[in-house]
Design a protein around this ligand. Structure first.
Ligand SMILES: [Zn+2]
Length: 248
């Protein structure tokens, strides 16, 4: 069954119960990690999956809350006995930054990494599954949003972004929209809950899930939902919690 697991749902500053936002996509024999936080190995275990079964990693961009866990994760996978190869996808800058981190902190790992630059807008093609569409977000780094499709349904993850036409185009007609809401006020590189509601309305999404959000740091849940409704979005709204599984 296709499923997106919320491994972390918080902002760049973790809360006690909200690690940095990162996700695990499980479909068609693939187990794909989207971004990496400090406790990713443990969170994959909590989600009931074997970290050694990862088939690919996608890095959205090179901000620390999205990639800083890579050296630790690779050391842990090596100690766990994972060998073979692992493809890593992401914008060129993100891959370059991670390679420097790994050279310093995790050299000589048994896992052979295969580096695949993603030009924003080009799809990521993994064996046996539908291509993952991408779009460049509006952010302070080159960053990619992702649209996953399986069994006639789609889920779009915005990664970090201010509202922009490329996100609207990627998300148009999506069933589930996992939208960041990392800012309380309008921003050049992040979205507010109201921005997320407006994007969900434009996309025609059935469900809006706020990620990269903190009720403590951004605004209380009731205020976030009120902002989404004020933006005109009438579909299902939820605040992502760690361990949530969006399956179909
Ligand atoms: Zn960022």
């Amino acid at each position: 069954m296709p499923a997106m697991v919320i491994l972390g749902a918080g902002t760049a500053i973790p809360d006690a119960d909200r690690e940095h936002t990162h996700l695990l996509w499980h479909a068609d024999g693939q187990l794909v990690l989207i971004d990496v936080a400090g406790s990713t190995f443990q969170r994959i275990l909590r989600a009931g999956h074997d970290p050694a079964a990862l088939t690919a990693v996608i890095l959205t961009h090179d901000h620390a809350d999205h990639i800083a866990g890579m050296p630790g994760l690779l050391v842990q996978l090596g100690l766990h006995g994972r060998g073979g190869s692992l493809p890593i996808y992401g914008p060129a800058a993100a891959l370059a930054t991670v390679r420097r981190m790994l050279a310093a902190l995790a050299p000589d790992q048994p896992l052979r990494l295969e580096w695949h630059e993603v030009v924003p807008g080009a799809a990521i093609v993994l064996p046996g599954m539908e291509p993952i569409a991408t779009a460049r977000t509006q952010h302070s780094r080159v960053c990619i949003a992702l649209r996953f499709s399986a069994a006639g349904r789609s889920l779009t993850y915005t990664a970090d972004t201010a509202p922009c036409p490329a996100i609207d185009a990627l998300a148009a007609g999506t069933d589930d929209l996992l939208h960041e809401a990392g800012s309380a006020t309008p921003s050049a590189s992040h979205s507010t809950p109201g921005d997320a509601g407006a994007a969900a309305l434009r996309a025609g999404a059935r469900q809006l899930v706020l990620v990269h959000f903190s009720p403590r740091q951004i605004m209380p849940v009731a205020a976030a939902v009120a902002a989404i409704r004020a933006a005109g979005y009438a579909g299902t709204v939820s605040i992502a919690e760690e361990g949530d599984v969006h399956a179909w």
